[in-house]
Design a protein around this ligand. Structure first.
Ligand SMILES: NC(=O)C1=CN([C@@H]2O[C@H](COP(=O)(O)OP(=O)(O)OC[C@H]3O[C@@H](n4cnc5c(N)ncnc54)[C@H](OP(=O)(O)O)[C@@H]3O)[C@@H](O)[C@H]2O)C=CC1
Ligand SMILES: O=C(O)CCC(=O)C(=O)O
Length: 446
């Protein structure tokens, strides 16, 4: 297999899908050597079967707004690969959603889910509907309309969606209710559900907590403690909030967070009370992050900017893809950053990744460091299957163990001869080998 040739073919087959091609190129470049040690993979064209989704479900969603007008959005589910378990992955509701973005996310999800050690295949879905600025009633009607079509293609042993950008507990609840209405079944069809109806403790916290557990592991490889370190966080949603919470619990000092309008910098640090304010602002009032600077006048608000120019020890992007470009990466390096851990999916461009790796800082891709979310989703599926609810400590300990295992696997497959740990290679090779072995064992069905 020649990675560049496969990528060219995919580019030809799927023009105008830059995010998908970016994700595939990054993975193929790092697994090429391992893949070519196994001629049996090439004989069954494993690589194209892995890169091209099993199927893409695309549908129209009609819903009625508060003025009584019918609105139309697009809905999608990309079922990428189910070799190691039912399709699994989040739903994104955001105006920017398109097939390229969902294909990159579904592709990444396959490797991430394999790394969790749990039996989950990879999928992703969503809509170009954005909950921002919509009333609760409009969000509910949209979620119901979305599920009226999607329910045909999912099931607890087929495909189990969850949240992502724009899809939190509220949206999952409305979709779960609609699935139940349509099927008359109370089953574990979505994860991230409310605590009262099958949700797992620690699922809301899991991506952020897991991100920081992974960061701790990375720092340990260089004998560095997280305590006292200053941290740049982007985003102000689910992943950012619980990343900040765990950073605080472990003695670090988060300095920034952001939304799509700009970022705030608090030189005194975002403490527990300020985090509670952000959670209220974002989760209940659904307001903008600039309000933070009015509430805490020591903080500064930077409209239209990202936080990567602020001096700090660690950066953790927790908003969206390609939010750290080459210039941002260079600023981080110039300011002496020691580690970058990704809460978001593919937040660093290829140029940024190259700069981090050339400078040999600790850098880990999202598919490893943000796998805690889907891992606890897997644990929610287990709890739903056995109709039990585990305690907070049980789930958190399991999550911690999984993040440690993922880190170990990255070290195993990513350590270079000079001792530098290439976490990108480690995560890709470890995830790939597991999926490839399962695909080989199951014959050429898909
Ligand atoms: N939730 C989970 O369990 C997991 C999430 N992830 C990834 O983490 C990231 C954040 O997800 P999550 O916290 O759940 O989502 P949320 O919707 O809760 O929060 C997203 C945050 O990112 C900001 N944001 C979204 N799009 C953009 C953009 N184009 N430019 C700048 N800022 C943007 C949002 O700002 P605004 O309000 O202005 O839109 C918001 O602050 C995503 O990459 C997601 O794929 C990864 C693993 C699991
Ligand atoms: O919890 C899940 O199923 C998926 C989470 C997710 O979308 C992700 O890991 O990117």
């Amino acid at each position: 297999m020649k990675a560049t040739e496969v990528v060219s073919k995919l580019q030809h087959l799927f023009p105008n899908q830059p995010e998908y091609i970016q994700a595939v190129s990054q993975v193929l470049g790092t697994i090429e050597e391992e893949y070519n040690k196994h001629p049996e993979f090439d004989r069954v064209n494993l690589i194209e079967r892995l890169c091209i989704p099993d199927r893409i479900i695309q549908f129209r969603v009609n819903w009625i707004d508060d003025k009584g007008n019918v609105q139309t959005n697009m809905g999608y589910r990309i079922q990428q690969n189910n070799s190691i378990g039912p399709y699994k992955g989040g739903l994104r509701f955001h105006a920017s959603v398109n097939v390229s973005i969902l294909k990159f996310l579904a592709f990444e999800q396959v490797f991430k889910n394999a790394l969790t050690t749990l039996p989950m295949g990879g999928a992703k879905g969503g809509s170009d509907f954005s909950p921002r600025g919509k009333s609760n009633a409009e969000v509910m009607r949209f979620c119901q309309a979305f599920m009226r079509e999607l329910w045909n293609y999912i099931g607890p042993d087929i495909d189990v969606p969850a949240g992502d950008i724009g899809v939190g507990g509220r949206e999952v609840g409305y979709m779960f209710g609609q699935y139940k209405t349509l099927t008359h079944q109370f089953v574990g069809i979505l994860t991230g559900k409310g605590q009262e109806f099958g949700g797992s403790l620690i699922r809301p916290e899991a991506t952020g907590y897991g991100n920081v557990y992974f960061l701790e592991n990375m720092l340990k490889t260089r004998g560095i403690s997280l305590s006292g370190k200053t941290v740049l966080v982007s985003g102000a949603g689910n992943v950012a909030q619980y990343t900040i919470e765990k950073l605080l619990q472990l003695g670090a000092k988060p300095l920034t967070c952001s939304d799509s309008d700009g970022f705030i910098y608090d030189p005194d640090g975002i403490d527990t009370n300020k985090l509670a304010y952000i959670m209220e602002l974002k989760n209940i009032e659904r307001g903008r992050i600039k309000e933070y600077a009015k509430e805490y006048p020591h903080a500064q608000y930077f409209p239209g900017e990202r936080p990567w120019g602020i001096k700090a020890d660690i950066a953790t992007p927790c908003a969206t893809q390609n939010e750290i470009d080459g210039k941002d990466a260079q600023k981080l390096i110039d300011n002496g950053i020691i580690a970058v851990t990704e809460g978001a999916n593919m937040p660093s461009t290829p140029e940024a990744v190259k700069i981090f790796q050339d400078k040999k800082i600790l850098y880990c891709p999202g598919k490893a460091s943000n796998a805690g979310g889907v891992a606890v989703s897997g644990l929610e599926m287990s709890q739903n299957s056995e109709r039990l609810k585990w305690t907070r400590d049980e789930v958190d300990n399991y999550l911690h163990r999984i993040m440690n295992d993922i880190h170990d696997n990255c070290v195993k497959y990513g350590t270079q001869t000079d001792g530098y740990i290439n976490y990108v290679k480690g995560a890709n090779v470890a995830g790939f080998l597991k999926v490839a072995r399962a695909m080989m064992a199951q014959g050429v069905g898909m």
